[in-house]
Write a protein that binds this ligand. Sequence first.
Ligand SMILES: Nc1ncnc2c1ncn2[C@@H]1O[C@H](COP(=O)(O)OP(=O)(O)OP(=O)(O)O)[C@@H](O)[C@H]1O
Length: 292
Amino acid sequence: MKLTISGLTRSYKHKLAVDDVTAELTPGVYGLIGPNGAGKTTLMRMLADVLLPSKGQICMNGEDIRTLDDRYRDQIGYLPQDCGFYSHFTAERFLRYMASLKGIKKVEAEAQIGELLQLVNLSGERKQRIGRFSGGMKRRLGIAQALLGDPKLLILDEPTAGLDPKERVRFRNLLSDISGERIVILSTHIITDIEYIAKEVLVLRQGKLVKQAKPDLILKELEGKVWHVTVSSEKVDELERHYTVGNLLRRGTEIEARLISDQQPTADAALQSPRLEDIYLYYFGETGGDDR
Ligand SMILES: Nc1ncnc2c1ncn2[C@@H]1O[C@H](COP(=O)(O)OP(=O)(O)OP(=O)(O)O)[C@@H](O)[C@H]1O
């Protein structure tokens, strides 16, 4: 199974939200990252075939998705950023409803619903109204509905938004369990969500795909560029003028910072082992991670 994206472009009036994106995806987990407004949701909506591109093409196994039409949509599971739930529905009624929209036969749907509720750890809550669910439970139910029909392409827009750290760990494990032969594309602001499970990271900046690479390769690229410095507080402005500086840590009159620089920034700067979350500093000049 192969998804080929060629010159995919989408503008809203004068705003170019996705700009000439070309990529080839094969089974595995892809982490789509980028700051707010980078175009992640727009790209995912086009992949989910709920938004038409202004230009460009998406092909599945060499066939244009416009030609495949229903045959493409039948193979997709999509969790939108804002998954509108019917709050008076119970979890199982919601999944039954979504299964019928996907054209899954009743008996088959019942079997899948049971399995999926178990997978997302909501079996005990299957008869509870969604209105009483926490944000994390709703997100897990959203993941279950995306998995109905055993889709070959799973598109998850910020699936971990609103999950607490424990739920995020559970989600990571769930994703590595279900990835298998599927292509999974998930967008996130939180690098640790994809650190151990992403086959490749897709970096989107101002609508452009500026990087598609394995996490190891990205880390290699950052080697020799990440520094830890300690400066007096009055030198911080100067440091920020010259370098891309991450979170500052105040220690008395001194400030410690992690920064990106091709050369050693100060005489006592110490080289650091790059971490995947340094991607945010490197590509966007901002920090990413659990605190965002
Ligand atoms: N319906 C719309 N009409 C006009 N502009 C839009 C529309 N949807 C998105 N945009 C603009 O397109 C750009 C990309 O938005 P998009 O939501 O795809 O980014 P994103 O990376 O998903 O951001 P976030 O992380 O905040 O969800 C932004 O500048 C946004 O303001």
